[in-house]
Write a protein of this length. Structure first.
Length: 360
């Protein structure tokens, strides 16, 4: 028995010695002309410090995922922000030009610099449009707004191309989250999310993207609209599944009093309702407002005479926002009388044309 116990303990000790070491970042820095002092590594809510000796300093730690940090030298200004990750990182520079420090060893930082080169082109185009917009007449402003949208579309295409060519980059998670509004279907979005390298799927952001695609698939054309109930202005509960059987078509419209495009579109909704309500159109307005007063005032001012409901929950806590995989405030779903989604995001003349096709 004693011999068996000794062997077991020896094997356990060996296994501990060979246990995989936790991934860490190791930062070795040298800033010429600094001599001695103290330097701080600031990453959001975390802050670490190191003593500088003969221009040199070092940091060691671990991060769950690549993070944006900055160095702050005691008595001097801070450097530019940069990405650190669990790798060996070297930082070099001179005290007279801290904003130009050189960082190597961070794969994400290298990719960020490449991405910034792409983004800077569009930033210049946006700035040029904005400079001219202020002094332009209304006709020219309309043209500039159209130009702005075209730049935005080209920027999105460039961002998608970055994802295609750099699928293992941590940056792709943030990029795909930022441009989620540009995907018209779950399958199109899934095409890009599926490009992400498997090494990224452990991160919270990537998990959220996969979850969003799953929720988007549940509100695609041909799917039954997820049911919910919410209170109207008078505190009465209204359930979606009790409304659509009572009409030929039900437009489920998401909006908010603070959403400019929503308020502009409300005028078009009112016109559509006036024309087609007698032919079987009903509307349910679902606001994402978090305060009652501005919501009620907007309903009265815009003449929204159909059913309107609101839960006053924050966006991230709103169950209906999650159910319908909303990626922006202004979205709508057209349902038939069985609750099947037959069209989405119809606005302006496109909405009128679709209602005319279905109800006339």
């Amino acid at each position: 028995m004693r011999e068996f116990l000794i062997i077991t303990l020896c094997l356990f000790a060996l296994s501990c010695n060979h246990r995989t070491e936790e991934p860490k970042y190791r930062i070795e820095g040298r800033i010429e002309g600094l001599s001695n002092g103290k330097v701080f590594l600031e990453c959001k809510e975390q802050k670490d410090s190191s003593i500088i000796e003969n221009d040199k300093f070092s940091f060691e730690g671990s991060v769950h995922e690549p993070r944006i940090c900055k160095l702050v030298f005691e008595g001097y200004g801070s450097t530019q922000e940069f990405y650190i990750e669990n790798s060996d990182i070297k930082i070099t520079g001179h005290i007279d030009s801290l904003q130009l420090v050189n960082l190597s060893g961070s794969k994400t930082e290298k990719e960020w610099l490449l991405y910034q080169d792409i983004e800077s082109v569009f930033a210049e185009e946006y700035a040029e449009i904005e400079r001219e917009y202020e002094a332009a007449n209304s006709e020219r402003q309309a043209q500039l707004e159209a130009d702005y949208e075209q730049v935005e579309l080209r920027q999105v295409e460039a961002q998608k191309q970055f994802v295609k060519t750099n699928p293992s980059s941590f940056l792709c998670i943030g990029i795909l989250s930022e441009i989620d509004w540009s995907f018209t279907s779950a399958s199109e979005y899934d095409e890009y999310v599926s490009l992400l390298d498997t090494s990224l799927l452990k991160y919270d952001g990537a998990i959220a993207l996969v979850d969003l695609v799953k929720r988007m698939k549940k509100v695609e054309l041909g799917e039954k609209a997820p049911d919910f109930e919410m209170k109207d202005m008078n505190g009465k509960f209204i359930r979606l599944s009790e409304l659509y059987p009572q009409s030929e078509l039900l437009l489920l419209d998401f909006w908010a009093s603070s959403c400019g495009p929503c308020r502009i579109e409300n005028a078009n909704l009112r016109m559509a309702y006036d024309i087609y309500s007698d032919k079987g159109l009903e509307i349910l307005g679902v606001s994402t407002d978090i305060r009652k007063e501005p919501w009620v005032l907007a309903i009265e001012k815009d003449g929204l005479i159909w059913n309107n409901v609101c839960s006053f929950e924050k966006w991230g806590d709103n169950e209906v926002v999650a159910k319908y995989a909303l990626r922006q405030v202004s979205q709508n779903f057209l349902l038939d009388k069985t609750g099947i989604i037959i069209a989405k995001d119809l606005r302006g003349e496109v909405l009128i044309s679709k209602l005319d096709e279905l109800l006339n």
